[in-house]
Unconditional design. Structure first.
Length: 120
């Protein structure tokens, strides 16, 4: 099933996991959009440097530490994704509570592992 995914914390640096996640999402034919610090393109996916009001986001996969996530709380809630994936190093109990209050599922997992084991 196709799950439109927002990579939040996307990087143009191909050594970063967010960059690799974009590449693997595209390879797995998952519709992918991205927001990061710097605008650019990775594997044909535009990285926006502003919070774009995307529609029909199924999954947000986080590549921002808890402190950096704070400015995105309202944005994440407003997008109303079905789920948020907290990749290793992004765990955030404050955001967990906000997601629960807004009936948004979340999980601590690794997007790359999920994709490679067909659990995405």
């Amino acid at each position: 099933m196709k799950k439109k995914t927002l990579v939040l914390g996307a990087s143009l640096n191909n050594a970063r996991y967010s960059n690799l996640a974009i590449e693997r999402l595209v390879r797995n034919n998952q519709p992918t959009v991205a927001v990061g610090l710097r605008a650019g393109t990775v594997n044909g996916v535009t990285i926006n440097s502003e919070m774009v009001d995307f529609e029909d986001i199924d999954t947000i996969t986080l590549y921002l530490n808890a402190k950096r996530q704070e400015e995105f709380y309202e944005y994440i809630i407003d997008l109303q994704p079905k789920r948020v994936i907290f990749n290793p190093g992004t765990e955030n109990p404050v955001l967990y509570d906000l997601l629960r209050k807004n009936n948004i599922e979340f999980q601590n997992a690794c997007t790359l592992v999920m994709l490679s084991t067909n659990q995405y």
